[in-house]
Design a protein around this ligand. Sequence first.
Ligand SMILES: Nc1nc2c(ncn2[C@@H]2O[C@H](COP(=O)(O)OP(=O)(O)OP(=O)(O)O)[C@@H](O)[C@H]2O)c(=O)[nH]1
Ligand SMILES: [Zn+2]
Length: 354
Amino acid sequence: MIAFDFAQLRLIGLQQAIASAATQLELSSPTAQLLRVCAVHRDSIGVHDGILEQPAQILPRLLHQLQVQDHILTVGDWVAAEPDAHATLWITAHLSPVTQIARRGNDGRRQLLASNVDTALLVMGLDEDFNPRRLERYLSIVLAAQVSPVVVLSKADVADDVPGKLAQLRQRLPPHVPLFAIDTRHAYDVAILAPWLGAGQTLVLLGSSGAGKSSLTNTLCATEQATNGVRHGDGRGRHTTTARSLHLCASGACIIDTPGLRSWRADADADTLAATFDDIAALAATCQFRDCRHASEPGCAVRGAVDADRLRNYHKLLRDARRIEETPLERIAARARWKTVLKAGLERGKDKRR
Ligand SMILES: Nc1nc2c(ncn2[C@@H]2O[C@H](COP(=O)(O)OP(=O)(O)OP(=O)(O)O)[C@@H](O)[C@H]2O)c(=O)[nH]1
Ligand SMILES: [Zn+2]
């Protein structure tokens, strides 16, 4: 049994599913608390109780369990923790996350980026940052995690041809993905995101450096910043050490902002790509050629119906994904195969010249 204050944890995004699971936890200690991971440091885990962030340690038994399940504690995870006699806080249990944003690392392993996220704001500038292909890459990862994506195009106040760029994206992105062009520094503009900022919601912001993520966070969490971490909701104005990576919005939502997420390169695997390009997969099924590469085959059903650059991006991402999924040995074998093919080609060329 674990006791917790739902209203207090709701401030940092406690979902009903997690709260229910927490009540089922078998814990020996009556002093265990439900907490949210808000930072992962080299030698400690930052956990938040809705008021304070504290450092905690993972119980070796749990660490072993997590390793067996191939899980590492990730920002956004919910855990149970209890203090020992020396006031060290020990994480004793981990609640299975409802959603997990992950990417495939260069070594082919899954890297967890954030857990229990409801909405990902994909922030992209309408200036030089504008890049539909990169956006599709981010989108495929977010959709695969079953997290709702919302595309926020920043710098609408200064960029040129905003309607043209919006139309271009509207054509490329799946129709259910919301798309907004705003000035991230203005509360009036940012108010359009209200439907995703309800109480208990957790958001992450993804986008390149300079895209406007900090500006957007500042505008969304203006009250918190202005009051320097005074607790919302109960008017008691209790002082808090708000975690640097967990921002509370006045609307009752919270934003997870970690350096790991910020510097993230959005590599997708073949399955996650399917989420963003499902129309291509559907068209491919109707293509008259069974092993069509939808590249130059005349009369191909895909090539006629899909934006050419978008199709090229799909093929490129698919190639990248396959490369990542190969083991190093497979890569060496593939390279050797190519060498043989190339050599054979050169030999043939020589024969002709002879
Ligand atoms: N005119 C205008 N400027 C913006 C807008 N959004 C961000 N900026 C400016 O762009 C610059 C970069 O914005 P940041 O919010 O720091 O970008 P970031 O995504 O947090 O960048 P990193 O912290 O490097 O990841 C700042 O000078 C902002 O003032 C916008 O909508 N309109
Ligand atoms: Zn085809």
